[in-house]
Design a protein around this ligand. Sequence first.
Ligand code: FPP
Length: 251
Amino acid sequence: MYAPSELKTIPSHVAIIMDGNGRWARKRGLPRVMGHREGVKRVREVVRAAREIGIRVLTLYAFSQENWRRPQAEVSALMDLLQSYLVSQLDEMLSNRISLRAMGDLARLPETVGNTLRDTIERTSGNSEMILNLALSYSGRHEIAQAAKRIAADCLDGSISPGDVDEELFSSYLFTADYPDPDLVVRTSGELRLSNFMLFQAAYSELYITPVLWPDFNRQEFMKALMDLQGRERRFGMTSEQLKPCTVNGS
Ligand code: FPP
């Protein structure tokens, strides 16, 4: 059992690809939606843990643009779960001073979910302890393409010039403009892919891939991922020697 006090460094931004709900259900002979339902419980548990630990931004990949291609009944069930999650968690977000944000092609969400989402974002916007950022109808490539489109438009209207375009400016056109890049990207259920998730922002993120299916990814599993990060050296392209603190006279 790991305790938050064992963490030497607390990542500023953790992003999670929640995968394996369907397999969890299938293993039990249950309909897929039961896996998603159990998955929502882990969302609550991990959000609470992240808030307690002091993580500033938690991004959860809840629904990709590609997920719209799933059977209509499953898409509806996921939208219903999202709607009831938002309604049921508002009080907790307010009392724990969590600010809800969302990124993705939100116009595609059903009207009720879109309205509840906007309302929750607005009502929690004054909270500053933690940002819970839900990736909904999200695609990393689409995000990059829309940033490029807006940059081109701003070049045309003269508010920026092509020479201004660098990595920092580009980042400021992404959904995540206000947040640091993720220090850690977690993926459950063992697949070795990014699945179109935060393609620009995850350039230097540490990856933690676990075979544990999302509905089994409890607080302890989350702690394990954070503990795993502790032992890693993030070099950002430099050498280990460059990262070591300078020593004077061997001290
Ligand atoms: C992937 O499992 C999971 C999803 C597509 C949805 C994730 C959604 C939740 C955890 C619940 C709703 C979220 C919130 C924030 C309330 P999968 O269905 O692809 O699993 P499989 O690969 O085993 O089939």
